[in-house]
Design a protein around this ligand. Structure first.
Ligand SMILES: NC(=O)c1ccc[n+]([C@@H]2O[C@H](COP(=O)([O-])OP(=O)(O)OC[C@H]3O[C@@H](n4cnc5c(N)ncnc54)[C@H](OP(=O)(O)O)[C@@H]3O)[C@@H](O)[C@H]2O)c1
Length: 286
């Protein structure tokens, strides 16, 4: 199987390298700019940078479209695909329906989304092993994609087209939302007279321990802090401090504290009176 990529960004860099290291033949890469394609092709043995997408279709029988989500359909629509070849995109939010032009031309289409973040171009430094890949599309391609996920050291999960948005949203909450929360938490250090970078340095060990604890002990047993102890006075102090110093974060705090209260309630180690008082306190300020 000769694999090609259209789009030589962050996703392509990691996936192409990972597949090559797992024994797959990455034959050719094209991108909007030849420079990006060349840079990536140079890191993979036996891979050539091509001038345009048509060269990928001519030279490969399995093509990943790894352009930004909003360009995928336009890229696919411009190409006449060969019958029997496979065309796959890596968007988490979109289904294989956006590859309909390829399907009409007789290609097999699917989507293959790794639940992982690839923040930098350059590839190689993000783990593909141990992660899940959401699959959806033509069963003929799904079998090959399942093998790829497994050869990359990951596993595959089938997510229907109907539930795609919820699936993608779960990833946003675990990654983009957490990143945004850490930005807010670090920013509070400016009120203390420090730079936010310093705040981040203080908070990172806490974040790492929290993730490790969730992995080792589960969510309920990882919840610490005033909500989990039923410390109403401390929560009152938090709300007061936010009202005085960072009012814009108050709705976020209350929404998260309310969610934490639900987890603490499931754990049964907060008495009903404290739970009710905390719920009233949080509701009062919403
Ligand atoms: N990054 C992540 O964390 C991540 C995680 C999971 C899934 N994904 C998915 O992976 C896909 C790619 O995302 P990414 O983060 O890798 O994006 P990216 O880093 O912005 O890279 C996009 C690449 O596509 C190329 N490109 C843009 N328009 C093009 C066009 N019309 N024709 C050909 N090439 C074009 C760009 O070209 P030039 O460099 O040549 O200018 C760039 O190399 C998306 O579907 C995304 O949802 C990304």
């Amino acid at each position: 199987m000769k694999i090609g990529f259209i789009g030589a960004g962050r996703m392509a860099a990691t996936l192409a390298l990972g597949l090559a290291q797992s024994g797959y033949h990455i034959a050719a890469i094209a991108s909007r700019t030849h420079e990006s394609a060349q840079l990536l092709a140079e890191t993979i043995q036996g891979c050539q940078a091509k001038e345009n997408s048509l060269d990928i279709v001519r030279n490969c029988d399995f093509v990943f479209i790894t352009t930004p989500d909003d360009s995928i359909e336009a890229v696919v629509d411009q190409i006449h695909w060969r019958e029997g070849m496979s065309v796959v995109h890596c968007s988490g939010a979109k289904t294989s329906d956006i590859l309909k032009k390829a399907k009409t031309d007789g290609a097999h289409t699917a989507s293959f989304h790794p639940m992982q973040t690839f923040p930098k171009t350059g590839g190689g430094d993000t783990e593909l092993s141990g992660i899940s890949f959401a699959l959806e599309g033509d069963p003929l391609v799904l079998n090959k994609l399942k093998d790829m996920a497994s050869n990359l050291g990951g596993w595959s999960v089938e997510v229907s087209a109907e539930h795609r948005a919820i699936y993608h949203l779960s990833g946003f909450l675990a990654c983009g939302a957490v990143t945004t929360l850490i930005n807010q938490a670090s920013g509070l250090w400016e009120i203390l007279g420090y730079k936010r970078e310093y705040g981040l340095k203080v908070l990172l060990p806490l974040l790492k321990s929290t993730v490790a604890s969730i992995e080792n002990h589960g969510i309920a047993d990882s919840l610490t802090g005033p909500i989990s102890r039923g410390d109403i006075g401390t929560v009152e102090k938090h709300i007061e401090a936010l009202q005085q110093n960072a009012k814009s974060i108050l709705p976020l705090y209350k929404s998260l504290a309310s969610g934490a209260l639900t987890v603490a309630g499931q754990r049964n180690d907060i008495d009903q009176t404290s739970e009710k008082a905390l719920r009233t306190l949080l509701d009062d300020h919403i």
